[in-house]
Design a protein around this ligand. Structure first.
Ligand SMILES: Cc1cc2nc3c(=O)[nH]c(=O)nc-3n(C[C@H](O)[C@H](O)[C@H](O)COP(=O)(O)O)c2cc1C
Length: 377
């Protein structure tokens, strides 16, 4: 992902609020960030500009690398480092054919956090941890949290069903306390799915979590590179305007309910190779995506997974459908992954404004709940 302009510089020191002591959590201690707020690694969205803006405003920005080649990831890491000295993370796909080389790259470049969409392999966790990289997988079920904690992950992002992109079935209000009870004594737990403000941050702390992670809320900021017309479509979507579908790549994914998604749902799950190929070829024709990039993506997936060719073709096509909408603005052919929280968002602040508001509101709520309990310096 190339992102020409460096974007606005980080906010001047002192412009952001001093966090209430209750907001200085294990997440801050582990990763060195000022605020316990994570901007998650969203494919085609979380590029250097968004990540650097989050990092320089005191949050933990995570670069999405599942949609980048190794070379692009290397350049993106350099780009973030050129924009900020603050710590940041990279989101990895465990099943990528070159996952080990990506792990090595993170270690060599001194990236602070490795986040994972699925469970990382135990040896990956060990290697990263030994090198001082904080491993932070996203989990959608308690048993997954227990497994990665046992392997040595130092933090987990517990994403409830209302979250954007690939998602599970347990809502945040039930998943978060479950995960905190299961592994919270050993690892930092970060709540995700449905968060957008300071009240949510304090609610997560009340469940025993160490912070929140937000995807959709950061997608809808000024520094996000999603085209303006597409951001406007997100802003116009109500809380009931999303759907979890398996018709894009076979795994449950929350997206805006658009005519494209309704068509895919109507066609049912693609289980035969000829139908999957027909779908991919039709998509390629409409978008002019090169067949070579689809095939490359498909082969990389087949190498890391036990998939049928129909599943491979379908899954290879999925990132391209997201790219079509979120990079090229082609909502007539692409998909729009989102959390239900999209219905609670109606403006596009800068990242520094967003973090400033979240922390100010969290400070106010904490003061309201326990007046005079904390004195901020
Ligand atoms: C557009 C979009 C792309 C996403 N891509 C990824 C991804 O590549 N890897 C990943 O681990 N999670 C991905 N997710 C999930 C988010 O990182 C995050 O966990 C989720 O959005 C949190 O829920 P929220 O949207 O309610 O804040 C994506 C989400 C969205 C909305």
């Amino acid at each position: 992902m190339t992102e020409g302009s460096p974007g606005p510089p980080g906010p001047p020191a002192g412009a952001l609020p001093e966090p209430h002591p209750a907001l200085r959590t294990r997440l801050c201690a582990l990763t060195g960030v000022r605020f316990p707020v994570v901007q998650t690694g969203m494919g085609w969205v979380a590029g250097p500009r968004l990540v650097a803006a989050t990092a320089s405003a005191g949050g933990l920005g995570i670069l999405a690398s599942a949609t980048m080649t190794l070379e692009e990831l290397s350049a993106a890491i350099d780009d973030v480092k050129a924009r900020t000295d603050a710590p940041f993370g990279v989101n990895l796909r465990t099943d990528a054919a070159d996952a080990e080389r990506r792990v090595q790259l993170l270690i060599e470049r001194g990236v602070k956090v490795a986040s994972f969409a699925q469970a990382p392999r135990p040896e990956m966790v060990a290697r990263l941890r030994e090198a001082g990289v904080v491993v932070m997988p996203t989990v959608g079920a308690r048993r997954h949290a227990e497994k990665v904690a046992q392997w040595g992950a130092e933090a987990v992002i517990a994403q409830g069903a209302e979250g954007g992109g690939h998602t599970g079935v347990v809502p945040t209000s039930l998943l978060l306390p479950e995960v905190v009870d299961a592994v919270g004594s050993r690892v930092a737990v970060i709540g995700a799915g449905g968060f957008f403000d300071g009240r949510g941050l304090v609610a997560a702390l009340a469940y025993g979590a160490d912070g929140i992670a937000m995807g959709t809320r950061f997608l809808l900021t000024r520094e996000s590179t999603v085209p303006d017309a597409v951001k406007a479509q997100y802003l116009a979507t109500p809380v009931t305007g999303t759907v979890v579908t398996t018709s894009v790549d076979g795994a449950p994914q929350r997206v805006i309910r658009t005519p494209v998604v309704e068509r895919l749902e109507g066609a049912g799950r693609i289980t035969t190779l000829p139908r999957a190929v027909r779908n991919a070829v039709a998509f390629r024709r409409r978008t002019k995506t090169s067949m070579a990039s689809l095939v490359r993506e498909g082969l990389a997936m087949k190498e890391g997974n036990e998939l049928t060719w129909a599943q491979v073709v379908m899954a290879a096509n999925a990132p391209m459908m997201t790219r079509a909408a979120l990079v090229e603005g082609r909502t007539d052919v692409g998909i729009l992954p989102t959390g239900q929280v999209v219905g609670s968002i109606d403006e596009l602040p800068t990242v520094a404004e967003l973090l400033g508001r979240v922390i100010t509101q969290a400070n106010e709520v904490l003061d309201l709940l326990a007046p005079g309990a904390a004195t901020r310096s």
